[in-house]
Design a protein around this ligand. Structure first.
Ligand SMILES: Cc1cc2nc3c(=O)[nH]c(=O)nc-3n(C[C@H](O)[C@H](O)[C@H](O)COP(=O)(O)O)c2cc1C
Length: 377
């Protein structure tokens, strides 16, 4: 086990071809939103109380009706098979072992049925909506039948963000051979061997619901070029007709939209700028959190993501009013850096760090972490 999440990141950087690591790590354009997500955590300092009995320290939380061993969820990330074969299955298992819910992306590289068969854990579905609404409806039907209980509608990807690194690396599906790519691959024989043995990643879930062939080019074009640009608040009613469980809007970036989400009767929101991968200079979710939580924290479950790399980050987000955080890159660093065991280890590290943070803060349970626990530097 390595000491910290960021050391798994370094390991992932060594193990993955540049093209895959850049896709995992990179932000949009000049990386301003990406950097801000991390900096916002650094800008907060704790206000500990001492001489508090912290013999028992409870980290467990209830998130969207599910119990979680700590206020965190393994968030949805697409194309995970690029980091490790059967990545979604391994991540879902790691989440379950850690007592956390797992959100499967529409762009997953494992079938939602296979993920279900691999774990009895709490599974939720993230939805991207294509122009042909039957695709999303079919996905929702399959997910519900397989015991996925919460739907996350992601709303910050009408188009892909501008990502220079993907253009520079010639990142496309399928990968097109170039001198640069071949040299990159030659330097990472372990990764190449795993991909050759298990086959390259496919957007399997989408392929089934979109009736697309086992052909990554066709699948990728369904995902990106056919995204429904007309999706609007009116469509929450359409979602309600097709989804019986809780609905969460992921990608809310300000108070006005948080109010709209509440007015449309959703169960929760994720304050998110997609890990700094979409709109450059997007608002930093952690900075938006306090005003949204102050107004809507009693009526909606407010989740936040972007830049969580330490257990202390989870404590800071909770202090500012988040019910829980979503983990994006952190578990992927674990998986890419050390395989399935690495995903498990990263979640264990975050939990240990969170427990120690609470004890050092003089708080004996996560519910005791409130605005008095932090201040801006
Ligand atoms: C490689 C990668 C793929 C992602 N794919 C999706 C996706 O398919 N659907 C989605 O809603 N969010 C996706 N996200 C965004 C994450 O759910 C989350 O909002 C973000 O990663 C949080 O920031 P963090 O990585 O700094 O923790 C992706 C993020 C990464 C890093």
């Amino acid at each position: 086990m390595l000491p910290s999440v960021m050391e798994y990141r370094r390991q992932a950087q060594k193990r993955l071809p540049r093209l895959a690591f850049d896709y995992l790590e990179g932000g949009a354009e000049d990386g301003l939103a990406l950097a801000r997500n991390r900096a916002a955590y650094a800008d907060l300092e704790f206000r500990p109380d001492v001489l508090v009995d912290v013999t028992d320290c409870r980290l467990d939380a209830t998130v969207l009706g599910a119990s979680a061993a700590m206020p965190a969820i393994v968030g949805p990330t697409g194309l995970n098979g690029l980091f490790w074969p059967e990545a979604d299955v391994h991540l879902a298992r790691a989440a379950h072992q850690a007592g956390l819910p797992f959100v499967l992306s529409t762009a997953s590289t494992s079938l939602l049925e296979d993920v279900r068969a691999a774990t009895p854990g709490e599974l939720w579905l993230q939805l991207y909506v294509q122009r042909d609404r039957r695709i999303a409806e079919h996905l929702m039907d399959r997910a519900w039948q397989n015991g996925y209980t919460v739907l996350f509608l992601t709303v910050d990807v009408p188009v892909h963000g501008n990502r220079d690194h993907d253009k520079r690396n010639g990142f496309s599906l399928p990968l097109r051979p170039s001198r640069r790519l071949l040299m990159d691959l030659a330097a990472h024989p372990g990764w190449c061997w795993r991909m050759l043995r298990h086959g390259g990643p496919q957007l399997k879930n989408l392929a089934v619901s979109a009736n697309a062939r086992e052909n990554i080019t066709e699948q990728a074009s369904v995902l990106s070029r056919q995204m429904d640009l007309a999706l609007s608040w009116n469509d929450v009613a359409w979602l309600r007709r097709h989804w019986r469980g809780r609905i969460v809007i992921k990608g809310i970036q300000g108070l006005a939209d948080a109010r709209r989400a509440h007015a449309h009767g959703v169960d929760g929101i994720v304050l998110s700028n997609h890990g700094g991968r979409q709109l450059e200079s997007a608002p930093c979710p952690l900075e938006v959190l306090p005003e949204v939580a102050a107004e809507l924290g009693q009526s909606l479950e407010i989740l936040v993501d972007g830049g969580v790399r330490r257990g202390s980050d989870i404590a800071k987000a909770v202090a500012l009013g988040a019910r829980a955080v979503l983990l994006g890159r952190a578990p992927l660093y674990g998986l890419a850096g050390r395989g399935p065991a690495g995903a498990h280890e990263v979640l264990a590290i975050l939990r240990t760090e969170l427990g120690n943070t609470l004890r050092l803060l003089g708080r004996d349970r996560i519910g005791a972490v409130d605005a008095t626990a932090v201040r801006k530097r």
